[in-house]
Design a protein around this ligand. Sequence first.
Ligand code: FE2
Ligand code: FE2
Length: 281
Amino acid sequence: MELSALAIRVARTPGLGMLPQVTSQVLRLVDNPNASPRQIGALIERDAGLASKLLKSANSAYYGAPGKIKTVSQAISVMGLSAVRSVVVGQAYQQMTAVRGASKKFDRLAFWQHGLATATAARVLAKLKGWRDPEEAFLAGLLHDAGRLVMDRFLPNEFDQALTLSLERVMPLSEAEREVLGYTHVEIGDLLAEQWNMPESMREPLRRHHEDVSFEECPLGCIIHAANVLAHQVGFALGAPVLYELPPTVRHSLGIADAQYEGLKQAIVQEVVKVQEALRI
Ligand SMILES: [Fe+2]
Ligand SMILES: [Fe+2]
């Protein structure tokens, strides 16, 4: 299928049954400087599952007030809007990956773990670099390969071919995708991001997550690239077990010492295990 034809199919499938309406409304409000936390809280309360997940997160030890947060608006003020956004998207993402597509070879659990591992690494890298919004980095990490969910749904045969090719030739899955389709999950992901009304500030780094781009030129793109490589290196991989390395520009512009990467890798593994236990996956 041509990319343009796929774009039409994606556009004609409202929400793709993937990102619930409340989620996209919350995302739009969080990015709107005129929106008040009260408005956002009112929206979240309309979705009981989401509200309870938010309360659970706000009451976790991480925010320092376990068991004390009783309302959604308290949760928002304790966590901050950015972290609220991560929970909202994390919940939607979990639902998205739970929807079965038609691919026979796509491992949805591995996909979910890979997204979470990349998100965790991105958040830590963002903090190390003093990037303004570590939660935005987490979100971008979580969503960076979302185009593959569209492949699972609309291009299952091509996706299976790419997965097989990746294993046979021990090549990165994205290269196998390009060989089979003429484009990759990156272009497809951008169709999805458009459908979700993501701001360009998020779409650009997602489009560039496989480019050797410097931190100065596209901070989030550089962070996500490195986070994706680290996720592969610790074993949360998709496709063939290819040796992933940080490309020179990403490596130099991040300027992070090798020893720090080792600590970071351990943190990624621990976080994935922790979240998996919390969500009982
Ligand atoms: Fe990717
Ligand atoms: Fe990835």
